[in-house]
Design a protein around this ligand. Structure first.
Ligand code: PLP
Length: 406
């Protein structure tokens, strides 16, 4: 780790992964360059032998370009600082990082407990590759009663995502991790929402944190990148061998973009979170709105857990509205500042409609939704860095375009 005069994350995000000074000139670039190279050359066979020996001990010593050089190492260090981990392994997307973590900790005949509010494509991973390999998964409500009922002798992993996808259901990561450890399980969490800045599952008891750096770390909707981060040597070794075997690689330019994004992660996340709260305050006054899903919102069912475990919020929220299928399409089409699109965590505002079929897989929806919510629609908003008054005015004019119920 880079030595720093502070251990405050805002300071570390600026000082970790700096370019070294050239000993001959005493100077160096402020921004670490993108080291684009496919291989490494060594001064002598002795130097190469030493590098190989260090690699065998599990140290991060590149002998070939696939594991990445200085730019990748700097990003890994930044991600470790964010998440409170010891080693980070990069992957070409968030989904690739999830697959790597599953393959690292699950073998043929084993079973994983996965929260049912998980990012949708994890179900696809199970349905296609993992089930073919004889790995079983149950998608369960994130509480000990349901997890205990689904626990099997061959269960090895508890996979959490807090807050969960679509409805942002907060999970009690410390309690669930304690329960999982009592049963010898490895706890993997998807921490794309917190990205290590506002939420740190590894410090709450989880063993492995996976993130889609595509979202807030990159922050500019211009790269795809993921990572799995761990603390303890045994799990680091598992990730290391899996990462090496899979051969997934990340371009130095994308690692460079992610480092550039990470420098302003705090500013962007804080501002998106503040703007999202402004939008919630406006939504709460609207007669069409039946429910707001946003952990920082005092009426959110997970607000107490958010207050206890998170240090802030981001710009992602969902809202249940009375619009029928036709009205919601007119409203979304009328938006001018919210782009219609699936991602989040960038500088810009985005909107999508949450599919009823996806809601039906979340026990949280069954628990929270009343008849009014079930008759309406759920919209997901990513509130970006635009002036919040402009975003509210945009939503207001779009709501006015809803027209009558069919
Ligand atoms: C919670 C969560 N995890 C993981 C991913 C996957 O990230 P990527 O698109 O980089 O594969 C996403 C993408 O939307 C996500 O929302």
């Amino acid at each position: 780790m880079t030595s720093s005069a502070s251990d405050h994350i805002d300071t570390l995000l600026q000082h970790t992964g700096q370019a070294p000074l050239d000993p001959a000139t005493g100077s160096g670039p402020v921004a670490l360059p993108s080291y684009r190279t496919s291989t490494v050359r060594f001064a002598s066979m002795d130097v190469l032998d030493r590098a190989q020996a260090a690699k065998q001990r599990g140290e991060r010593v590149p002998t070939y370009g696939r594991v990445g050089l200085q730019t990748h190492a700097a990003l890994e260090e930044l991600l470790c600082q964010l998440e409170g981990g010891q080693r980070a392994f990069l992957a070409p997307s968030g989904m690739a990082a999830i697959s790597m973590a599953m393959l690292a900790f699950l073998s043929q005949g084993e079973h994983a407990l996965v929260v049912d509010s998980v990012y949708g494509p994890v179900r696809h991973l199970h349905k296609t590759i993992l089930s073919r390999m004889g790995i079983a998964m149950d998608f369960v409500a994130p509480d000990i009663e349901h997890l205990q009922a689904a626990l099997r002798p061959e269960t090895r992993v508890l996979y959490l995502e807090s807050p969960g996808s679509l409805l942002l259901q907060m999970q009690d990561v410390p309690a669930l991790s304690r329960w999982a450890h009592d049963h010898g399980l490895t706890v993997i969490t998807d921490n794309t929402w917190g990205s290590g800045y506002i939420y740190r599952p590894l410090t709450l008891g989880a063993d492995v944190s996976v993130i889609a750096a595509t979202k807030y770390v990159g922050g500019h909707s211009d790269l795809m990148l993921g990572a799995a981060i761990a603390r303890d040597p045994a799990r680091i070794a598992r990730l290391h061998e899996t990462h090496y075997a899979l051969g997934s690689t990340v371009s130095a330019d994308d690692a460079w973009l992610a480092i550039r994004g990470a420098r302003t992660l705090g500013l962007r996340m804080r501002t998106c979170g503040e703007h999202a709260l402004d939008v919630c305050n406006w939504l709460a006054q609207r007669p069409e709105v039946s429910h707001i899903f946003f952990p920082a919102w005092p009426q959110d069912a997970g607000h107490a857990l958010w207050q206890r475990d998170a240090t802030g919020s981001n710009g992602l929220l969902s809202v249940s509205v009375d619009f029928d299928e036709h009205q919601v399409r007119r409203v979304i089409d009328a938006l001018r500042l919210f782009g219609i699109g699936y991602s989040w965590g960038g500088y810009e505002s985005l909107v999508t409609q949450v599919e009823p079929a996806a809601l039906a897989t979340h026990s949280y929806w069954a628990q929270i939704a009343d008849a009014r919510m079930k008759a309406g629609t759920v919209i997901r908003l990513h509130v970006g860095l635009e002036e919040p008054g402009d975003l509210i005015a945009d939503l207001k004019q779009a709501f006015a375009a809803a027209g009558p119920r069919a």
